[in-house]
Design a protein around this ligand. Structure first.
Ligand SMILES: [Zn+2]
Length: 426
């Protein structure tokens, strides 16, 4: 009887044992070894698959991923807010409270030791889930190979010509768009409505590239957008919930492009240059003029920045060709970046750089800029002779822009044949 009572007392949980950290720390002594083996196995899997991109493309990117990560997005899109962000906030709060209640002092050391023992297997499980739900897309075949785009080193004059066309197209797309009191482009019916419309561009893009088809995505507005602003992050894709998330402090001219970029990630394209290019493409084909402008503005910035890095005067000449409206919008984007510049943003950049390199992106954060190579490759499929740039002039801003739908004709020809009528000649 006595032994039973003693046993019952020993089995009865105390108040402190009920806190969150105790749950995490109930792991077997061999768990770290298992966690280590799982991490090594995951790294080995990535290493092997990085050498078989065709296999990853066929079996994972177009096979397993749409059934796993893609389906997750189908479910979570039903929620108006980001489930992934809520989970992170709840976990952060739970850990903070658990640490706060980590008393008395004599119990801290053994419990922290058990917590450390749990950390590796938990991290290993998250890492493997990341790979299976999305991360292996870093090892898929480059989009340029799938789309038969001719990516190769380009001459400066090719880059200058591309920049001139993109600046011109951004100028044309800016005409007639609504503005706020400061003359900054404004999304016609608000930012949340705009986010909900992002998918429309992907329906058009999928008719060009069926690999872009998928469950309609719903970009989520980040509740903690201000935190992401200080980190210099415009959007983030949560692989564990299949949700594209967007920083809602972004100025209107950039918001549609940022949302489209995150949806591309959800479609299974992990590399940043491809997310930029396909996001631009989805914006360019979008029925909403605000999206068409946002994509073109972003592409023009990447192209002009690349040119300026090689030939400052040539870059300045292109900048001088921007219309007053696009200049005001770019000034607003610059002001946004300056407002949140600081140590947190620099650390965040370094973390992102290290993360991208760990996933096989040798250029780290500079890989975003490789979108220019894809834009140049696309342009090779559209000979310059049929798409000459036209400098912006005040008279060209008087409403003679291209009709809606012209671009659809353009891409329909441009990607399947060699020639494509350009926007302003239509
Ligand atoms: Zn991205």
């Amino acid at each position: 009887m006595g032994s039973i009572e003693v046993g019952s007392e020993a089995l009865r949980p105390t108040r402190t044992e009920l806190d969150g950290l105790e749950i995490l720390s109930r792991v077997r002594p061999g768990a770290p070894i298992v966690g280590l083996l799982l991490v090594v196995g995951g790294l080995g899997l990535q290493w092997v698959l990085a050498r078989s991109p065709e296999l990853v493309e066929r079996v994972f990117a177009r096979g397993l991923y749409p059934l796993l990560g893609g389906r997750l997005g189908c479910l979570t899109r039903l929620l108006p807010i980001s489930l992934g962000e809520c989970i992170v906030l709840v976990l952060a709060g739970w850990l903070a409270v658990a640490f706060w209640r980590l008393a008395p002092a004599r119990e801290r050391r053994p419990r922290l030791r058990r917590l450390r023992r749990a950390a590796l297997p938990v991290a290993a499980a998250l890492y493997l889930a990341f790979l299976l739900l999305w991360g292996l897309n870093y090892q898929r075949q480059p989009f340029a190979v799938s789309a038969r785009l001719d990516v190769r080193p380009s001459r400066i004059d090719e880059l200058a010509a591309l920049g001139a066309i993109l600046v011109d197209e951004a100028n044309q797309a800016r005409e007639g768009l609504p503005e706020d009191g400061a003359g900054i482009m404004r999304l016609a019916d608000g930012r949340l409505h705009a986010l909900a419309r992002t998918e429309a561009g992907f329906r058009e893009a999928a008719s060009l590239y069926p690999v872009l088809a998928g469950c309609p995505a719903r970009p989520k507005p980040l509740l903690t957008s201000i935190v992401f602003s200080w980190l210099g992050v415009t959007g983030i894709y949560f692989p564990f919930t299949g949700e594209p998330n967007v920083n809602m402090t972004l100025p209107d001219p950039e918001l549609p492009f940022a949302a489209a970029h995150e949806i591309v990630h959800q479609r299974g394209f992990a590399r940043e240059d491809e997310a930029n290019y396909l996001g631009y493409l989805a914006c360019r084909l979008h029925p909403d003029p605000g999206f068409r402008y946002s994509g073109r503005l972003a592409a023009s910035v990447y192209a002009v920045n690349a040119l300026t890095a090689l030939d400052r005067k040539a870059g300045d000449r292109l900048e001088a060709g921007r219309s007053p409206g696009t200049r005001r919008d770019l000034a607003a984007l610059l002001a946004w970046a300056e407002r949140y510049r600081g140590p947190a943003e620099r650390v965040s950049q370094r973390v992102n750089d290290a993360y991208l390199r760990s996933q096989g992106e040798a250029q780290g954060v500079r890989s975003y800029g490789r979108v220019v190579d894809l834009l140049l490759a696309e342009r090779r499929a559209r000979p310059s002779s049929v798409c000459p740039p036209r400098p912006w002039t005040p008279s060209s801003a008087q409403g003679d822009g291209p009709p809606v739908g012209h671009d659809l004709t353009c891409r329909g020809i441009g990607y399947t044949l060699e020639r494509c009528p350009c926007l302003h000649d239509g």
